[in-house]
Design a protein around this ligand. Structure first.
Ligand code: SF4
Ligand code: SF4
Ligand code: SF4
Length: 325
């Protein structure tokens, strides 16, 4: 990881000095071991604050929507899940490819600080360091070796695109991806095996805990409308009352809005402060799309038309042929 950090700093510095880019989006270390947060750099001398470590979880792609109108050319570091998000933003015409230089970073998975804290009993963790077989966790009294699977984010354990699918320059070696694409649907299958009443009660219980903070929407690369219908008072459906109907309405509308465009980046579930398993909801739609229209992975490229957004006569759709009967 130290090697990648060196490369990141070098390419950023050179690109800014050569004026190949006006700004670069990367990550910077915070005060705590678990904090690596987004940083935007315009001066070559600031490039030395850039880092790459096991906490660079934030997806930088969506920042391009607000940053690109202000600059001619922006450089950005992207992991696999960030790159599929980037492709989706391209497909939705939210950004222009020619205004961006992509520095791809193969990703071995990011560490979930909450899992680390649980293992170390929240006892002042001071360091999390990659070891040969996993990670070494250190606090003021002791250290402990753990496997990567024990402390990586759930979304990283089922990641199907750890290597960037689009880039101009790749920093680092491609990582092996042994994940079975179907494994990500195990959580969906558990819910599918419930009776309709059980399923209804499951989601009712989950949605009841929703705070309507909109973090899942704001972080989502497929949720990029200029004005979200839930913020549009003219639409009169902002539906922010704390009722079962309005909470459910928000989630169903959002799930269908991103149907065929959800890149399965898992960011909505990761960011949710209430721990609502939104990945299972969106993956149910991905699974259904795969079964009805054939396997489709949004974000793998920026040109293949998405199911549900395009229509062919031979599609298994009956609504337009039979009037929904
Ligand atoms: S989802 Fe994949 S690319 Fe994204 S942080 Fe996890 S392992 Fe890396
Ligand atoms: S719905 Fe969730 S998993 Fe899908 S693209 Fe948006 S943030 Fe990613
Ligand atoms: S992030 Fe979680 S709590 Fe916030 S609106 Fe989304 S589902 Fe609700």
């Amino acid at each position: 990881m130290e090697n990648i950090t060196k490369k990141i700093r070098a390419v950023a510095k050179q690109a800014l000095i050569n004026k190949e880019i006006d700004k670069i989006l990367g990550w910077k270390k915070g005060d705590l071991w678990s904090e690596s947060y987004p940083v935007f750099i315009t001066k070559p001398e600031d490039a030395d604050s850039l880092i790459w470590d096991s906490f660079c979880i934030n997806n930088l792609s969506k920042y391009l929507i607000k940053e690109l109108p202000k600059y001619d050319k922006i450089g950005i570091f992207i992991k696999g899940c960030d790159s599929t998000s980037f492709n989706q933003l391209l497909k939705d015409n939210r950004i222009n490819r020619e205004n961006v230089v992509l520095y791809g970073i193969p990703c071995e998975g990011m560490v979930d600080p909450e899992k680390v804290k649980k293992i170390m009993l929240n006892d002042r963790v001071t360091r999390v360091k990659k070891s040969e077989n996993g990670f070494t966790l250190t606090n003021k009294n002791t250290s402990k070796d753990v496997l990567g699977e024990e402390i990586k984010y759930d979304k990283c354990l089922t990641c199907t695109s750890p290597n960037p699918v689009v880039y101009d320059q790749l920093l680092g070696d491609v990582v092996n991806n042994n994940v079975n694409r179907e494994d990500r649907f195990k959580g969906v299958e558990e819910i599918e095996s419930m009776t309709p009443d059980e399923r209804y009660n499951f989601w009712k219980g989950e949605f009841q805990r929703c705070l309507r903070c909109n973090a899942c929407r704001d972080i989502c690369p497929a949720c990029s409308c200029v004005k979200c219908v839930f913020d549009n008072s003219d639409a009169e459906i902002s539906g922010k009352a704390k009722t079962e109907g309005e909470d459910t309405f928000f989630h169903i509308v959002r799930a269908y809005h991103v149907a065929g465009r959800c890149v399965d980046c898992g960011e909505c579930a990761r960011i949710c402060p209430a721990g609502i398993p939104l990945d299972k909801l969106n993956r149910k739609i991905i699974k259904d799309i795969n079964e009805v229209y054939g396997e489709f992975n949004a974000g793998l490229d920026s040109t293949t038309p998405a199911p549900l957004v395009t229509f062919k006569l031979e599609d298994a759709d009956t609504f337009s042929k039979q009037g929904g009967k």
